[in-house]
Design a protein around this ligand. Structure first.
Ligand code: BG6
Length: 508
């Protein structure tokens, strides 16, 4: 209880209303790895209402019992904390299943009846959260069917209706517009919760607290003091068993369009007037709107794409991307992207934001580095070492924390200067584990708080940056792929992108 009191202090009074969660794609990977374990964790820590149910919907011909058995198995595998039988049994007692095809109107009529019955049994007050954890290609069908069956309206019915839409939200600007229109025909924007799980990470949520609950950083958080910003999301894993998905996606759609641009927005945004969802998202949209879409010539100059070949990761030989299952042996899909973006506004004019992400890099590390300008005048000319500019590194994961680097005099009779660090780590500062991003996000959606979800215009603006890049690549000669070995920090061009500006990537 003490643990919960500390972790969720601000939330203890805010238990969601009784409700039903309808999980579309309930037998899929995402449901089993992320959504159900998050629900179970919320349940066992009493953060879900007592009157609650999960209704899984998918194509497989399961019964409620077979589905429960499958969920039991996956929870013991993927739960963040060890499962215990009493809480697992009580959670599973709230879980049910309905077989149905997403484009079958009859299935949605049955869903309606099933919900009515379940809601009576479980006393969920007719509040419903629909969760789209299906293949993205099924999103439009499910949304349209929910509309057709009258399952989306809030007016004239008892209870609220909300929908969580998983990523990727669209494939490019066009398709994101279309999907937003399809969603908008059936749901009001305040009912829609678009997931970017990075926004649910503790360390990402802390960016706003770090910036706006402290007085000393904001005055230097601008072009006068900041030389440039680096945002890296490196992964050592390859594409695992997602070959056909990744072939259609690539690093730009998979990570740049969402996770990296979200991190950039949080770093670059102006302080919002309030902590409300719209005030926050208005400011993030301003940032993305300040990044001018690139021409093909800009793309050639400022964006680097890469694809890994065979190599070594963690002392183990790994195959190249083109040898992965379900991947075209001549694939031109990028598994790495680096970009130099310019936020053209009063605060950031002239400060480059360097972003990079890649699969099969040497390690898993996501970090935001604020690199400050050098001192204006070199007072200590006679020291042997050139002073390094200050650095603030926000480690999103792993080894979560924040480091501030500054210069210090070396102990001794002479005057020697060395960089030293002040390092805050979550592990030593707090004695509690962070919740998983999905726990945070699902709880927020149940509470109706959309702050950590992407709004329609935000998603479209982000595609407005990425789509011209993808377009330029179609007409451009692709680099000779593969152009980096697995287990290295990406193609040499990514280093040149910074070297051209007299800078280099921070070693992680
Ligand atoms: C997902 C991407 O959104 O984020 C994956 O589709 C990626 O390709 C994953 O591996 C990374 O998430 P995390 O939380 O492990 O950094």
């Amino acid at each position: 209880l003490e643990f919960r009191r500390v972790l969720f202090r601000s939330r203890l009074e805010r238990v969601p209303d009784p409700c039903a969660i309808v999980l579309f794609g309930a037998t899929g990977d995402l449901a089993h790895r992320k959504v159900l374990p998050a629900l179970y964790q919320l349940w066992r820590t009493n953060l879900l209402p007592h009157d609650f149910l999960v209704l899984g919907v998918a194509r497989r011909p399961y019964t409620r019992e077979t589905f429960r058995a499958e969920v039991r198995g996956s929870l013991s595998h993927y739960s963040r904390t060890a499962v215990d039988d009493p809480s697992l049994d009580s959670f599973l007692a709230q879980v049910s299943y309905l077989q149905g095809n997403f484009d079958d109107p009859d299935a949605f009529e049955r869903l309606k009846l099933e919900l009515d019955t379940c809601e009576r049994e479980h006393g969920t007050g007719r509040n419903r959260l629909y969760y789209l954890a299906t293949q993205p290609s099924a999103f439009p069908a499910v949304i349209a069917q929910l509309g057709r069956a009258g399952l989306s309206h809030e007016t004239g019915v008892e209870g609220w209706r909300r929908i969580i839409v998983e990523k990727p939200f669209g494939h490019d600007m066009e398709s994101a517009f279309r999907l937003n229109r399809e969603v908008g025909r059936v749901f009001r924007e305040r009912q829609v919760f678009r997931i970017d799980h990075y926004l649910g990470k503790e360390t990402v949520r802390n960016i706003l607290v770090f910036r706006f609950a402290n007085g000393i950083f904001e005055p230097v958080w601008n072009r006068r003091y900041v030389d440039h910003v680096q945002i890296t999301m490196a992964e050592s894993i390859g594409i695992e068993d997602r070959g056909s998905f990744y072939e259609e996606t690539g690093a730009s759609r998979d990570v740049l369009q969402n996770h990296l641009l979200q991190l950039l927005s949080l770093v670059a945004m102006e302080p919002p007037a309030t902590f409300g969802a719209d005030a926050l998202r208005d400011e993030k949209v301003q940032v993305v709107s300040s990044i001018a879409p690139m021409t093909p010539a800009d793309v050639a100059q400022n964006v680097v794409r890469g694809q890994y070949g065979p190599g070594w990761v963690a002392a183990t030989p790994v195959q190249g991307y083109r040898q992965e299952p379900e991947v075209d042996p001549d694939s031109e899909t990028e598994t790495f992207v680096a970009a130099r973006l310019q936020v053209d506004n009063w605060r950031w004019s002239g400060v480059p934001f360097y972003l990079r992400t890649g699969k099969r890099l040497p390690k898993r590390a996501t970090e935001i580095a604020i690199q400050f300008r050098n001192v204006p005048h070199r007072l200590f000319r006679d020291t042997s070492i050139e002073p390094e500019p200050n650095l603030l590194a926000i480690r999103i994961q792993p080894d979560e924390g924040i480091l501030l680097r500054f210069e210090s005099k070396m102990p001794g009779l002479g005057l020697d200067i060395r960089p030293v660090s002040m390092d805050f780590t979550y592990g030593s500062a707090f004695s509690v584990d962070s919740p998983d991003a999905y726990e945070t996000l699902i709880l927020d959606a149940l509470l109706g708080d959309a702050s950590l979800f992407a709004r329609a215009d935000e998603v479209e603006k982000a595609w407005g940056i990425v789509t011209p890049i993808l377009g330029a690549w179609i007409d451009d000669v692709p680099p000779r792929f593969p152009n980096y070995d697995a287990g290295t920090w990406g193609p040499a061009e990514a280093d040149r992108l910074l070297a051209r500006d007299g800078r280099r990537w921070r070693r992680l």
